[in-house]
Design a protein around this ligand. Structure first.
Ligand code: GRF
Length: 217
């Protein structure tokens, strides 16, 4: 099996990057984390990339103020490293339509909510304000409308009465670290195709999207 070369886009902490790097240490994992790009020079994820011996590059909006040029710089860097798949992991930029289309069905994102609920920011605060009983995270193919796109995997977590945004975020993040490597492996190993904006498993016995239940229904 030839492992697919993956570029990870980050802006900060990089805990999902760390989960992907850890998963990719298994020889049987279908993807290799070959490049990390950050739009912030002080992102902790860059340190993690360095420790893991992964090529890392900073592309800042300071040096590329126009979105088109910024995205072109990212695209050129990905191509220079022969990247085949892109995983956004806490990448806090809205990408241009041209860039998103160029990587259509080859770029995934992780979002801290059960999409389509709570697109955008402050998902944990909003779930608590709504007194939601469950919350979670989603891995999806990236489309130019933010936080939309065919869903590959979701994990549900309970919302406790005692939760603060921080305790809920920690529970969701733990689930993120489990489903992101799983979803990337599904993409990298070609287990599905996209039909009518839905994920369809290539082998009939498989059920997709993967939904990890943490609550009894
Ligand atoms: C995660 O909660 C992810 O879902 C969201 O941004 C956060 C990034 O965290 N898109 P980390 O940088 O991976 O630790």
């Amino acid at each position: 099996m030839r492992r697919k070369r993956v570029g990870v886009l980050i802006s900060g902490r990089g805990s999902n990057l760390a989960a992907l790097i850890a998963a990719a240490r298994a020889p049987s994992y279908a993807a290799e984390i070959a490049l990390v790009i950050s739009d912030h020079p002080d992102a902790r994820g860059l340190v993690l990339a360095g420790e893991a011996g992964i090529a890392a590059q900073v592309i800042e909006s300071k040096t590329h103020p126009e979105s088109l040029r910024f995205d072109r710089a990212i695209d050129e860097t990905l191509k220079a490293h022969a990247i085949e798949l892109v995983a956004c992991a806490g990448f806090m930029r809205i990408m241009t339509e041209g860039f998103v289309e160029a990587w259509r069905d080859r770029m995934i994102n992780i979002h801290p909510s059960l999409l389509p609920a709570y697109k955008g920011l402050h998902t944990h605060e909003r779930a608590l304000a709504d007194e939601a009983r469950r919350h979670g995270c989603t891995v999806h193919l990236v489309r130019s409308d933010v936080d939309t796109g065919p869903i590959i995997a979701q994990a549900r977590v309970p919302v406790l009465k005692t939760d603060t945004p921080e305790t809920l975020a920690a529970r969701v993040l733990d689930a993120e670290h489990k489903i992101y490597p799983t979803a990337l492996a599904l993409l990298a190993s070609g287990t599905f195709r996209v039909e009518g904006e839905k994920i369809v498993p290539v082998s009939p016995g498989m059920s997709l999207p993967i939904v990890v239940p943490a609550l009894k229904d």
